[in-house]
Design a protein around this ligand. Sequence first.
Ligand code: GDP
Length: 313
Amino acid sequence: MDLYSEIIKQNPNALSKAITLAESNLESDNIISQNLISQFKKNNNSVRIGITGIPGVGKSTFIEKFGQTFLNQKKKVAILAIDPSSEKSHGSILGDKSRMNELSANKNVFIRPSSNSGDLGGVSNKTKDCILLCEAAGFDIIIIETVGVGQSETTVSKLVDIMLLLTITGAGDQLQGIKRGIIELAHLIIVTKDDGDNKIKTKEAVLEFKNTSSINAPIDDYWIPKVIKCSAQENTGIKEVNELVNQFISNAKSDNYFEDKRLKQEKFWIHKIIKEEIGNRKFKVLDSENRLCKIEKEVIDDKKNIYEIIKSL
Ligand code: GDP
């Protein structure tokens, strides 16, 4: 199968195969994958959304409904679920993705659970490659789902345009179980399961979050996080989350924040990959000799593939 042309034709089997190559730990697979990815042009038309929250918070149920709001807007939705646990335990804290029944039956949806290895928390430059492949295959909305228990969220925030933190009311402290650092990364804090007897508690939780100072600090001096409640079970508040995301993206685009952020993220990954491949010390030498800027430019302008450059160093 010619993966390049099949991906352009939006063939989901080709996309699956390409992701398997990208995630593989075999160098030979990675070379094929890097060559493939370097053929696709960059695309700033997609929207990359990170969704995080502790296991059981309701991420799958939420994504099932949230994804539908984009399908209603004639968008194609890819969901990459990163599960750091599955390799170790052979089980999955993300659980059974078949819960996203409606979405998985839709031809405009691609769902891929993956247990990326290598980086702490499961997120790595392989995840970035998977995003690029989904975009090349015509997906407009890329959802990266992670469990808010590890280091992965900080890395995910370097891959996505907007971060959503899902939370629930709990016994006592609403922030319990969620690492502080994660809260500071979230553009939207969503208190879910706002239904039945829980409604009073969710209202209180929203207020409590709104009064938390770290939430009121703007992210990148740009965006003050918003707190909102929803029930995925009753499908309430989900449309509002979609509207907030679309509003954020549209503002970010008109303010150039969107493009700036993607550029910064691209540089972050270029640096990270170079450091991993040639070591910190040599990286510093490159930087001090002003060669780094040239490398960045070549990669950002789609002139060269980062791995090609590294080989030539
Ligand atoms: P995940 O582990 O974060 O993906 O969570 P799931 O989506 O699997 O949900 C965990 C449990 O919470 C399941 O039993 C769901 O039925 C339940 N759940 C999810 N969303 C809601 C909601 O909006 N309201 C209520 N009452 N239960 C929910």
